[in-house]
Design a protein around this ligand. Structure first.
Ligand SMILES: Cc1cc2nc3c(=O)[nH]c(=O)nc-3n(C[C@H](O)[C@H](O)[C@H](O)COP(=O)(O)OP(=O)(O)OC[C@H]3O[C@@H](n4cnc5c(N)ncnc54)[C@H](O)[C@@H]3O)c2cc1C
Length: 401
């Protein structure tokens, strides 16, 4: 198979890039190893910057008809201190809130809308296994599907295959580990849809719990020390349930939803980034270029912004067959510092908040949190950082059809 751009991975970065390139008249193949997008725990946050992208594409009204809930502010508890963290309603953007929507709905929507473009080919159940090289250039990928092995040749190959990227490993791109001392246990607890909206984060004794309102359930993240999952499990499910309820009593009513540790998934948290996002013929974006911690729920946002920037910079050149290696390198120059800035803040939050919280060193709100809580302006700035990112990308790639 031959195409202009072959994208490994149909996550937020890969599907958005596929959509944008096809919209710009580029022939593009997206390879996704799973048969569908129905996988849990990949984050369900659609940020204001992404909603702005949907508006840029003329898709917003239809997109917002999909079932979703909205968060316009974040509050949390440090022991007995209630802290206002971020206020999205202060943002000057088309949708000043985070929309919570299952990620499979978002990705299915993009695939559905992408059917309008004949040059978009999404191959599900197709796993990239290796790169194809010729004369020190990447000229495509090897992949395997239910019908057997295949080779897809492309002017540009994009690794958008996430934090365990096969592409970046095959390209032997050097990875810089920024480090993380935490892991997260993820689970759901039933919620009465008529219940009052609840606070977002709780830090108590040596626990930290984030509960995200998903209408009929709470998506909960219980922060533990890296490597402590087995220790938590050894204490038994009843001790774990008790700890969850002690941290957030509002979860007591449906805590029996946690029947065993089969209902609890471990997320091994990592923060890393590539030194070089590209080599001749290949570019990595999204988590494949910079794996993000779940802190701030910004990984999807950054991955999508990478896709928008890549299409803005490369679509026309790919379409006209004039793409150079220097054009591809420009993507890293544009997107590396936003990723680095967010990772630096995530690292600070890990070090000064999460790691201290799980060591039991935080009993009340630290000074910075109290200052933040008293300043609506700062809450607006933090909302802008989380919701729009440090360099907001707007769609400027052309529409050709
Ligand atoms: C438990 C958890 C919770 C999270 N919560 C949030 C949140 O609330 N908000 C947020 O913004 N971020 C969250 N994140 C981070 C977020 O999921 C990532 O930053 C974001 O999904 C990155 O997007 P991506 O498209 O680069 O990669 P991914 O979303 O990882 O997508 C990569 C895709 O490539 C496919 N793939 C992988 N290997 C291959 C292969 N060899 N061949 C073909 N296809 C392949 C995968 O199946 C996947 O569909 C969370 C992450 C985890 C793990």
């Amino acid at each position: 198979m031959e195409t202009q751009c072959c994208i490994a991975g149909g996550g937020p970065a890969g599907m958005m890039l596929g959509y944008l390139l096809a919209r710009a008249g580029v022939d593009v193949v997206v390879l996704e190893k799973h048969a569908d997008f129905l996988r849990d725990f990949r984050g369900d946050t659609v940020h204001p910057s992404t909603l702005q992208v949907m508006a840029d594409l003329g898709l917003l009204d239809e997109f917002l008809k999909l079932p979703h809930s909205r968060i316009d502010h974040l509050d949390g508890w440090f022991g007995e201190d209630r802290i206002h963290i971020a206020d999205f309603s202060r943002l000057n953007t088309v949708c000043p809130y985070i929309a919570l929507m299952p990620q499979w709905d978002f990705l299915n929507f993009l695939v559905e809308k992408g059917r309008a473009f004949k040059s978009l080919h999404v191959l599900m159940s197709t796993k990239v296994t290796d790169l194809v090289r010729e004369n020190d250039r990447v000229v495509g990928v090897k992949a395997i599907s239910q019908t057997g092995e295949m080779e897809i040749r492309a002017q540009l190959t994009v690794g958008a295959d996430g934090r365990h990227s096969t592409v970046r490993a095959a390209a032997q791109l050097a990875v810089q580990d920024v480090g993380s001392a935490i892991d997260v246990l993820w689970f759901r607890i039933g919620r009465d849809p008529n219940a009052d909206a609840q606070d977002f984060g709780h830090i108590k004794k040596d626990h930290m719990l984030i509960s995200i309102d998903r209408d009929t359930y709470w998506q909960c993240a219980y922060v533990i020390r890296k490597g402590d999952a087995e220790k938590v499990k050894a204490q038994g499910i009843e001790a774990f349930r008790q700890s969850v309820v002690d941290t957030d009593p509002a979860l007591a009513g449906n805590i029996s939803d946690l029947q065993s540790f089969d209902d609890v998934k471990l997320l091994t948290v990592g923060i890393d980034r590539l030194n070089h996002w590209s080599i001749p013929g290949l570019l990595c974006i999204g988590d494949a270029a910079h794996t993000m911690s779940p802190v701030g729920g910004v990984g999807i946002n950054l991955a999508l912004q990478d896709a928008v920037a890549t299409a803005n910079l490369l679509a026309e050149k790919l379409r006209s067959g004039t793409l150079s290696d220097a054009d591809v390198e420009a993507v890293q120059r544009r997107r590396e510092w936003p990723a680095r800035a967010v990772q630096a803040v995530q690292r600070l939050a890990h070090h000064n908040l999460l790691e201290k919280a799980i060591r039991g060193e935080i009993t009340r709100a630290p000074l910075f949190a109290r200052v933040l809580s008293r300043s609506p302006w700062l809450q607006g700035r933090l909302a802008a950082f989380i919701g729009l990112g440090v360099r907001q990308e707007r769609v400027s790639s052309p529409r050709h059809f």
